[in-house]
Design a protein around this ligand. Structure first.
Ligand SMILES: NC(=O)C1=CN([C@@H]2O[C@H](COP(=O)(O)OP(=O)(O)OC[C@H]3O[C@@H](n4cnc5c(N)ncnc54)[C@H](O)[C@@H]3O)[C@@H](O)[C@H]2O)C=CC1
Ligand SMILES: O=C(O)CCC(=O)C(=O)O
Length: 446
């Protein structure tokens, strides 16, 4: 591979964004994949398409002051990175987690450009969030934080400009508080956020969409190996929105999820995890996963969350956070006979882990394709808001399945076109890149 172009792009991104290692990692993977495309189509190089894509159209950082339950003033930092609007309004979630800094938001926003392009819907790429930690906070503290966050964010977003949603630490409760504050400040009821409650403009299936979409995507990977979910042993990391609804769909399709995790460790239940218990602990009580073992005899808790990848399985769905699965974990999965890995989280596998999967012939579905069902269903929520309609569960689920099939087909076709048959990482990056690049060219140097 001629690496001159990759070195040049990495030089640019590293010098302009020092220390933002997750962002560098995300750009490197895309640059490596699209190198062949840029060599073949000189207009992409001449018009500096990738050089423009790695520079966000706009980055907003702001102070988020709020008052905790003891009357103490707290100060957090808020972010919204509006990366690329070539094919539609900026779209992407908000993450509330203490690890959030500009580099995390930029890696997520950059990935979102290509993911959103793959969904076949008209949405650009963006991401935001805060270093606020909702864990252990009361509902009133979360509400006051969300109101302060939105008091600033509302200046920059709108139903046709930038439409945020949830991500780690941001679910229905947080979206509700932010929507209420947007409406109060702007005096307009519009689809400015997705993941809204069903009684104020939300869409059926959005809650389930990322997990369901992931399973639909991996279904296609399994079909290509002439198999399906029936009787498959599955390990899923995390126990949040993505992990819970991926588990539900795997069980519906005849598979058995035997392990789940949170940042405190992982549980194993060889009978198949009891999802009702997990949902109660995580969605209602906001508790820790180890509590699962108190009421499920025969299950076990292990306090090192990375150990989850040593649990033997046929399919692995990393659905917690970035870089949670390294080369050693990938080797353990391959050695134990895992045949497919689908990324529910964003960038959960390190580059070295991806190399192991590709070289060991473990079918690998990269995040920006495999977890695109969430944002795709957000685009369906936007469509319903624009039309003033509510589709049924079956209608939205059917559209989600069609979109995941289209995402898969685009990845396969792009990989084939450039001689990288079966490499869905290259396929996803190339297909997403070309769609956005062509729109950017059509719109001139802006
Ligand atoms: N919610 C959505 O629609 C989408 C989410 N994603 C990605 O999926 C991943 C999970 O997001 P959600 O389920 O929405 O968030 P969530 O906040 O509902 O759940 C996150 C889960 O990950 C676990 N976790 C966090 N850090 C961990 C660690 N170091 N080790 C083990 N577990 C850890 C948490 O305990 C929690 O169970 C993130 O990477 C997110 O960016 C991707 C596409 C859409
Ligand atoms: O639905 C959305 O806009 C957010 C989805 C998201 O943040 C993601 O795909 O990572």
């Amino acid at each position: 591979m001629n690496s001159q172009f990759i070195d040049y792009v990495m030089g640019l991104v590293e010098s302009r964004n020092p220390g933002e290692i997750e962002f560098h990692q995300a750009v490197k993977e895309v640059a490596e994949s699209v190198n062949v495309v840029v060599q073949k189509h000189s207009e992409y190089g001449k018009l500096k398409i990738l050089e423009r894509m790695i520079e966000p159209e706009r980055q907003i950082m702001f102070r988020v002051p709020w008052v905790d339950d003891s009357g103490e003033v707290q100060v957090n930092r808020g972010f919204r990175v509006e990366f690329n609007s070539a094919i539609g309004p900026y779209k992407g979630g908000l993450r509330f987690h203490p690890s959030v800094y500009l580099g995390i938001i930029k890696f997520l926003g950059f990935e979102q450009i290509f993911k959103n392009a793959l969904t076949t819907t008209p949405i650009g790429g963006g991401k935001g969030g805060s270093d606020f930690d909702p864990k252990g906070k009361s509902d009133m503290e979360v509400m006051r934080f969300c109101q302060s966050f939105m008091t600033e964010l509302q200046r920059h977003i709108g139903a046709n400009t930038d439409v945020p949603a949830g991500d780690i630490g941001v679910g229905g409760r947080e979206i509700g508080y932010m929507f209420g504050q947007y409406k109060k400040v702007k005096n307009v009821f519009e689809g400015v956020l997705t993941g809204k409650g069903l009684n104020y403009g939300g869409s059926l299936v959005r809650t389930e969409a990322t997990g369901y979409g992931l399973v639909y995507f991996v279904t296609r990977m399994l079909q290509d190996q002439n198999t399906d979910w029936n009787g498959k042993k599955v390990v899923i990391s995390g126990s949040g929105n993505v992990a819970i609804y991926a588990t539900q769909k795997v069980h519906e399709l005849g598979g058995k999820v035997v392990a789940l995790s949170d940042s405190g460790g992982y549980i194993v239940d060889e009978k198949g995890v009891n999802l009702d218990t997990i949902k109660r602990i995580k969605e209602v009580e906001r508790g820790r996963i180890k509590e699962y073992c108190d009421e499920n005899p025969g299950s076990s808790f292990h306090d090192n969350w990375q150990g989850i990848w040593t649990v033997p399985c046929d399919v692995a769905l990393p659905s917690a956070t970035q870089n949670e699965l390294d080369a050693k974990a990938a080797q353990a999965l391959a050695k134990n006979g895992c045949i497919a890995v689908g990324e529910g989280a964003n960038m959960p596998s390190t580059p070295e882990a991806v190399d192991v999967f590709l070289s060991e012939n473990v079918a690998f579905g990269p995040a920006k394709a495999a977890n695109a069902g969430g944002v795709a269903t957000s685009a369906l929520e936007m469509s319903q808001n624009w039309m003033g309609l509510n589709w049924t569960f079956e209608e939205v689920d059917h559209r989600l399945q069609m979109i995941m099939n289209a995402v898969y087909d685009q990845c396969v076709a792009a990989a084939d076109e450039y001689g990288m048959n079966g490499n869905l990482v290259a396929g996803a990056n190339i297909a997403g890149f070309c769609k956005v690049a062509d729109a950017m060219i059509a719109q001139g140097v802006v």
